[in-house]
Design a protein around this ligand. Structure first.
Ligand SMILES: Cc1cc2nc3c(=O)[nH]c(=O)nc-3n(C[C@H](O)[C@H](O)[C@H](O)COP(=O)(O)OP(=O)(O)OC[C@H]3O[C@@H](n4cnc5c(N)ncnc54)[C@H](O)[C@@H]3O)c2cc1C
Length: 393
């Protein structure tokens, strides 16, 4: 007689949820992933994928597929409101600055690589259900019952809440989001452009930072581009409630440069990412048989530039801890948290420290922020950085 495989319900098919499902498969678990959206998301914003997540992706065997999706801009242009270039950093210098064990990749492409891996390599043990969500959780000493929106009850040994910053799993198991969320008083908005604005060259990432707000256009070739908005606000939840169609034109209507063209495309954008820049502050990430992972647990924010990395590293460490303690979930979860928490807290702290640099509140702050980039744009510094890359790769 073969032993029953332990079973997990994973809420959310983002980076954290899919990486968890893939890693649990390797640890000998079965998993049901439930995702609220009716189908997979694509695109999203470009992220730097480095550090422990990069190492974990290598261990999980998905690094070659991720590396295929790597994008390096031909050039990064920093522009003025009238469109003139303040300074430019050449693509090879950008590559040298981010280092060789690091990828610049669309969030949707990380999810796509994970999804393909789950649905091919782990197809025998992982099932994904789209268009449903979690409605209730009840734990007993032997398991956890997860009630889905349609009333179905899924029995499992472990429930993983990988449902992002506004996690329902966390609300059901830990408490209201407002008690746990630390707002960093910025908003971020991203959407895919159906045409490259006039004035932005194909292959170039161009950005304009005015006091308190940044607009960037990331060209992904001749006909694909992403617009990114990041701005300060004292009332993030009110901005969120207003939504991108109201809040972004209000914040960027007078910016100049390509803002009018980009805002014009906003009105017909199919899907817009728009959210507060907030961290989650929880004293513990698990309660009995329920564990939170990824943005649902820590959300280090885009300021730290590490959330996707920590999501994959967290999933890998969870799988490893469950392998070490197959019959002792409490010990596995305790060891897992002890391993991940110091790095997550370091990155949260970094996020809080650098938040002022993202969209500096005054001209001096902007000058300080741009100094390293300006230096990198000088030919001798640029050549030095590029030589360093050749030496390390
Ligand atoms: C603009 C921006 C730039 C960033 N840059 C970087 C970077 O450079 N480097 C980096 O490492 N990280 C970066 N990050 C952070 C990184 O993108 C996130 O940390 C990471 O994507 C989090 O993944 P996640 O799976 O935990 O959460 P999410 O991506 O939020 O995924 C959650 C999933 O759960 C689903 N879901 C939500 N609620 C429910 C529910 N109730 N039921 C079922 N499903 C549900 C959602 O639809 C989604 O599919 C950036 C983030 C932003 C916003």
């Amino acid at each position: 007689m073969t032993a029953r495989r332990p079973r997990a319900v994973v809420v959310g098919a983002g980076i954290a949820g899919l990486a968890t499902a893939l890693r649990l498969h390797r640890a000998g678990w079965e998993a049901l992933v439930i995702e609220r959206t009716p189908s997979r998301r694509s695109g999203g914003y470009a992220v730097t994928f480095a550090g422990p997540g990069y190492d974990a992706a290598e261990r999980m065997g998905i690094l070659p597929e991720l590396a295929e999706r790597h994008i390096t801009p031909d050039r990064m242009d920093y522009v003025r409101p009238d469109g003139r270039t303040r300074f430019s950093v050449p693509g090879p210098t950008v590559r040298a600055m981010v280092g060789d064990r690091s990828l610049n990749i669309l969030r949707g492409d990380i999810e796509d690589v994970l999804y393909r891996a789950v649905t091919t390599r782990a197809a025998d043990t992982v099932r994904i259900r789209f268009g449903t969500t979690i409605a209730g959780v009840r734990q007993d000493p032997d398991g956890v019952d997860v009630t889905l929106q349609d009333g179905t009850v899924e029995r499992a040994d472990l429930l993983v809440g990988a449902d992002g910053l506004h996690s329902t799993t966390r609300r059901l198991v830990v408490g209201p989001e407002d008690d746990l969320r630390l707002d960093l008083n910025h908003m971020a908005g991203v959407f895919t452009l159906d045409r490259l604005p006039d004035g932005v060259e194909p292959g170039v990432t161009a950005s304009l930072t005015d006091t308190g707000r940044t607009l960037a256009v990331v060209s992904l070739g001749a006909d694909r581009a992403v617009a990114f908005f990041g701005y300060r606000t004292d009332r993030p939840m009110a901005e969120l409630a207003d939504g991108p169609q109201v809040a972004l034109p209000r914040a960027y209507g007078d910016l100049g440069w390509v803002a009018p063209q980009v805002l014009d495309q906003l009105t017909r954008a199919e899907s817009v990412y728009f959210d507060t820049v907030s961290q989650m502050v929880l004293d513990r990430w698990s309660r009995g048989r329920v564990v939170l992972l990824g943005d649902a647990a820590w959300c280090v924010t885009l300021f730290a530039g590490y959330g996707s990395s920590l999501a994959v590293a967290g999933a890998d460490a969870l799988g490893a801890a469950l392998e070490r303690h197959p019959a002792d979930l409490a010990t596995a979860l305790r060891e897992w948290e002890a391993e991940i928490r110091p790095e997550a807290e370091r990155k949260q702290k970094l996020g809080r420290q650098v938040k002022g640099l993202y969209a500096p509140a005054d001209r001096f702050g902007l000058w300080v922020r741009d100094l390293p980039l300006r230096l990198a744009s000088f030919r001798p510094v640029s050549a030095l950085l590029q030589r360093r890359l050749q030496l390390t790769s």
